[in-house]
Design a binder for this molecule. Structure first.
Ligand SMILES: [Zn+2]
Length: 488
């Protein structure tokens, strides 16, 4: 009898091990072979010069509301027209709401849904202090193009234009219509640029087959233990919700305080919120690690291939890493607290502001429900701050031809890195096209390592000349692949 039980346990252990191993092998399956391709010819020095000239048009907004500087945009538009004559002869060009640009490269088959490549023309401001080369001088030195916008995201603007000009010179015409959507106020929310452009497309009854906008990239040293560069494609963006909490208490003198003050009640509610965050969802990270595949350490592959078994272990590893934690759950951040002004007076009111970043799958209503359940105190009033909330964006599928086409081009141009989908923590202009497109991807075609950290929106923003040239090759290849009926 005892022996039989022992045999049964051994058998279960053996079967479990086999199951874990088989699932890991299936999980690790390679990405298949890459189709060979011919890169378009590029002139690195000329491309660098074109980007440098674009940097010299200081398209930073004039104020916090994003008021554009008309002269800077006039300069940039003129520069584009002069530098890319074929684009301006053969594509349709529309100015949307004064400054944004919409180009249409008509395909041979007008029945096919168009695709859109995006970049924004505006940049964030840049006080000149601390820069090796002034932020709007557009200097080329030490193998880099220096200045504001070289990484965010005039590189992409010039990359798209340059690629189209080269293809037009070669006599290429796409089968599928290709649009270039170039907003002018992305850094301040895109409400006057791409939002208007999105509405315009909807009015015209245009539905897009795919979009590529900024975000992601080919990242070296993505997470500890992951070997080599990994291409990350953003398939969604987290949502945003700021909630104000208010507690009204009994004001009075601190010599005869009530049993609990407004501050005490609020503090308790905040502590409960921090102690009960929204649940982590490993599913979101699973597709990421599936894409990374063999580049991840073996134990990570085994764990993600068998989440059913290693779920508690994975949580214990990942929750303490802020980036990983933010990638798999709606986060809770207490950012402002107010209450009381005098040491001897019990205040009548205490207030706090908490900022949530919503993982796709969690709605604003879900979070408000969660708050109610966790705080469990009628004395604590809470409501979303007007204008400070938006739902997470829909998740674009990574199992479609349009994704496969993008993935193939990345693998062709960047020496076959693993390609994986992920959820962006911040927002971009492409959010304004959700009503007209289901397949929206955020991918900046640039290899980035530790040395790029802090350069975007920071001091000494710069891009390697070779990286900029490769971006042009990427766009030319993507236009030729997405420009077909099959898109792959
Ligand atoms: Zn940007």
């Amino acid at each position: 009898m005892l022996l039989n039980i022992l045999y049964a346990i051994l058998l279960i252990l053996l079967l479990t091990t086999v199951y874990v191993v088989v699932r890991t092998i299936l999980f690790q399956r390679g990405q298949g072979s890459v189709k060979s391709f011919t890169a378009v010819p590029v002139d690195e020095a000329e491309i660098a010069h074109h980007l440098a000239t674009a940097v010299r048009c200081p398209t930073a907004p004039l104020d916090d509301t994003g008021t554009p500087d008309p002269e800077a945009f006039r300069q940039l538009h003129q520069l584009l027209a002069e530098t890319y004559p074929l684009v301006h002869q053969q594509l349709e060009r529309e100015v949307v709401n004064g400054y944004s640009l919409l180009y249409t490269w008509h395909g041979r088959d007008p029945k096919l849904e168009p695709v859109m490549l995006m970049a924004h023309q505006d940049v964030v401001s840049a006080p000149p202090e601390g820069w090796t080369h002034p932020p709007f001088a557009g200097e080329i030195a030490d193998g880099f193009i220096w200045g504001r916008g070289t990484l965010d995201i005039k590189n992409q603007l010039i990359g798209i234009m340059e690629a189209a000009e080269i293809l037009l010179r070669q006599g290429y015409q796409p089968e599928r219509t290709i649009l270039f959507g170039l907003g002018h106020d992305e850094e301040t929310g895109g409400v006057n640029g791409c939002k208007v452009m999105g509405e315009l497309l909807k009015e015209r009854g245009i539905h897009l087959a795919g979009i590529v906008d900024e975000g992601g990239g080919i990242i070296e040293g993505m997470a500890s233990g992951v070997r080599g560069p990994v291409a990350l494609i953003g398939v969604s963006e987290k949502g945003y919700l700021t909630v104000e909490f208010t507690v009204k208490g009994t004001p009075g003198h601190s010599s005869t305080p009530p049993p609990q003050t407004a501050i005490g009640i609020l503090a308790q509610a905040i502590a409960r919120l921090e102690n009960h965050p929204l649940p982590p969802r490993l599913r979101r990270l699973r597709s990421l690690y599936h894409g990374i595949g063999r580049a991840a350490p073996l134990y990570v592959q085994v764990a993600f291939a068998n989440v059913w078994l290693f779920c508690p272990l994975l949580r214990r590893w990942l929750v303490p890493v802020p980036e990983m934690n933010a990638s798999m759950r709606t986060t809770t951040a207490v950012t402002i607290i107010q209450g009381g002004i005098e040491d001897n007076t019990v205040p009548a009111e205490a207030k706090a502001i908490v900022n949530f970043r919503l993982l796709p799958g969690d709605t604003i209503a879900d979070v408000l429900q969660h708050i109610k359940k966790v705080v469990k105190d009628e004395r604590v009033q809470f409501s979303p701050v007007p204008g400070k909330f938006n739902e997470a964006l829909p998740v674009s599928s990574h199992q479609t031809a349009v994704y496969a086409g993008l993935k193939q081009v990345i693998r062709q141009v960047f020496d076959n890195p693993p390609v994986a989908p992920f959820v962006m923590l911040g927002g971009t202009d492409c959010q304004h096209f959700v009503p007209v497109c289901d397949d929206i991807f955020r991918f900046t075609s640039l290899v980035m390592d530790e040395s790029f950290r802090g350069l975007e929106h920071g001091i000494d923003e710069r891009i390697p000349i070779a990286g900029m040239a490769r971006m042009v090759i990427f766009y030319a290849q993507l236009m030729q692949v997405w420009g077909t009926k099959e898109m792959v």
